[in-house]
Design a protein around this ligand. Sequence first.
Ligand SMILES: Cc1cc2nc3c(=O)[nH]c(=O)nc-3n(C[C@H](O)[C@H](O)[C@H](O)COP(=O)(O)OP(=O)(O)OC[C@H]3O[C@@H](n4cnc5c(N)ncnc54)[C@H](O)[C@@H]3O)c2cc1C
Ligand SMILES: O=C(O)[C@@H]1CCCCN1
Length: 393
Amino acid sequence: LSAQLEMSSEVFDCIVIGAGIQGSCTAYHLAKNKQKTLLLEQFVLPHSRGSSHGQTRVIRKTYEEDFYIQMMHESYELWAQLEREAGVELYRRTGLLVMGPENGKGFSRLKATMQRHKIPTVFLEKQEFSQHIPNVNLADGNGALIDTTAGVLYADRALRAVQRLFQSFGGVIKDGEKVIDIRPGAEVTVTTGSGVYSGRSLVITAGPWANTLLTHTGLQLPLKVVKINVCYWKEKIPGTYSVGQSFPCFIEMEPKEGEYDIYGLPSNEYPGLMKVCYHMGSETEPDERDKQTDRGDIDILVRYVTRCLPGLVPVPAVVESCMYTVTPDHNFVLDSHPTYGNIIIGAGFSGHGFKFGPIIGKLLSQLALGQVPSYDLSPFRIQRFQSHARSSL
Ligand SMILES: Cc1cc2nc3c(=O)[nH]c(=O)nc-3n(C[C@H](O)[C@H](O)[C@H](O)COP(=O)(O)OP(=O)(O)OC[C@H]3O[C@@H](n4cnc5c(N)ncnc54)[C@H](O)[C@@H]3O)c2cc1C
Ligand SMILES: O=C(O)[C@@H]1CCCCN1
């Protein structure tokens, strides 16, 4: 068999494993910087088995942490640049409505951060809420604000555009090639089902499969993979919550129905259906995703839709599947390997990484090139997990 393997004699400047949004954006930045780059993907592209598929994602600056807001300023610029380079629309501005307990820690912190960073925000008083946002019930004691710069990213379209641009800069994509071995060294050797490749540096952006690949490098991260039921709900009157009616995306912080946020996007990609999801799911093996049939999150959503979104039929009409790879603090992992400096890791995007794709790609490419990253990456270091045994998840 080994004689049949393609023994690549050329050495790449960099090999990227995983063609989700993070790996594709990293490969794009590397190729644009004239690095000879190979992007390896286990499945035939496009596929819907990881975390980056589906039509839409929320983009927002609405974060409690300063470091995410700072990165999002540049990420918006980089998305706009990608739109220009690819000649396609990737972003649609809708605004983002955030509702949460007025005096709760999360909502107060969010409000303060938005004001401090001067993000264009409208604060809605209880009495004017229904005039601005019809067909939504604001819970007693909840405050509401709108980040007017937020919107929707066309995810599938964005992924294709970034991969195409990467190829236009001379990058090589090999899909349907699962990496089965990694040999660290000054030149890292990567073996797939049909080839052996070497690179001066390696970036691992394998989404839910991060720990499977990291096994080959003697490292395990405290990551929990969960299956998300992506629920679409039918509008009783078509268009009630539609992007055409200027209905915004929304996040309900600390909902009465569950421990985690509930969020939604205006009806758009499937006319007459609005996407409303729970920001957590049940643990799964990435290769056996659909063995996970827990519907506890859907029960939470049914109660929420009944209480807050009276214009929707409170039974999901369409349920798609996606996975989150969650770290204990829900912050990303952006770091070099603790033992092998030329192996770079982007992982644990915890269900909120898509909007950061272009800036994460830039940061991971800087790490791969041995450059000083343009943001302080201390919130994303592997070292922060030292006190976390895997079992503490
Ligand atoms: C339902 C849902 C809603 C979300 N909503 C938002 C949102 O509104 N806004 C937002 O910003 N983010 C959101 N996110 C999060 C965002 O989509 C993810 O953070 C992001 O897609 C993660 O990308 P990734 O490249 O790390 O992972 P992935 O897309 O999973 O990519 C990893 C790739 O690596 C490949 N791979 C793995 N192992 C190997 C191997 N051995 N050999 C070769 N290839 C391999 C996989 O096949 C896969 O293609 C959401 C996620 C989900 C699931
Ligand atoms: O990243 C986001 O914006 C979405 C909505 C909120 C929860 C996480 N996923």
